[in-house]
Design a protein around this ligand. Structure first.
Ligand code: MYR
Length: 189
């Protein structure tokens, strides 16, 4: 009996592994189709970059609630270093299935880089030379900016290295611009 239930469990795990792989591939291909559609609609790579960032921002401002609830983060991070680790190790894992490395802090601890060695968005993608200016993963910059704004951190995010453009890693530079006042807290003081 024990053996049989274990083998059922294993079969279930294998099936789940297959389903999540299919979901990941579907997600990657859907993202690619959306970028292609934007290229057709805007006909200008700069405008597509902007649009991707803006779509990501709108996702980020909504996704933060789900993140905080699922991750069980009840107390706010005390500094940007902690926030950077939470984004890289917890949020990326939750929404992209991969973690990022945090690196290249500036002197005053207000800017860092997220290094993404394994970016699921770019699987199966090759950029034709005419799209060399396309920031294909710019949606991620917007998501991070939108989500962090909801926890009172105004940041700028930009893709500074991109595997699709010949770099060895995807690097997103995050810079803290302002710690915003929590209006709700002020109201209840
Ligand atoms: C805090 O400072 O209190 C916690 C900060 C948590 C920030 C979580 C931001 C989520 C960013 C989502 C990135 C997902 C990329 C796919």
């Amino acid at each position: 009996m024990a053996t049989s239930s274990k083998s059922h469990q294993r079969t279930g795990e294998q099936a789940w592994g297959k389903i999540s792989k299919v979901n990941a591939e579907l997600f990657t291909l859907t993202y690619g189709a959306m970028v292609m559609q934007l290229i057709q609609d805007f006909e200008d790579v700069g405008a597509v970059n902007k649009q991707l960032e803006s779509m990501g921002y709108n996702i980020g401002v909504r996704l933060i609630d789900e993140f905080l609830a699922k991750a069980g983060v009840s107390t706010p991070c005390t500094d940007l270093k902690e926030t950077a680790d939470v984004v890289a190790k917890v949020a990326f894992k939750m929404f992209l299935g991969v973690t990022a490395d945090v690196s290249s802090w500036n002197g005053d601890g207000t800017a860092f880089s997220l290094l993404l060695y394994d970016n699921p968005l770019i699987e199966f993608v090759e950029l034709p030379p005419q799209y060399s200016g396309l920031l294909y993963s710019n949606l991620l910059c917007g998501v991070i900016r939108g989500a962090l704004e909801m926890v009172q951190m105004k940041v700028s995010c930009r893709c500074v290295r991109d595997v699709l453009r010949g770099d060895d890693v995807n690097e997103i530079r995050v810079e803290l611009k302002e710690m915003m006042e929590d209006v709700m807290d002020e109201d209840y003081k």
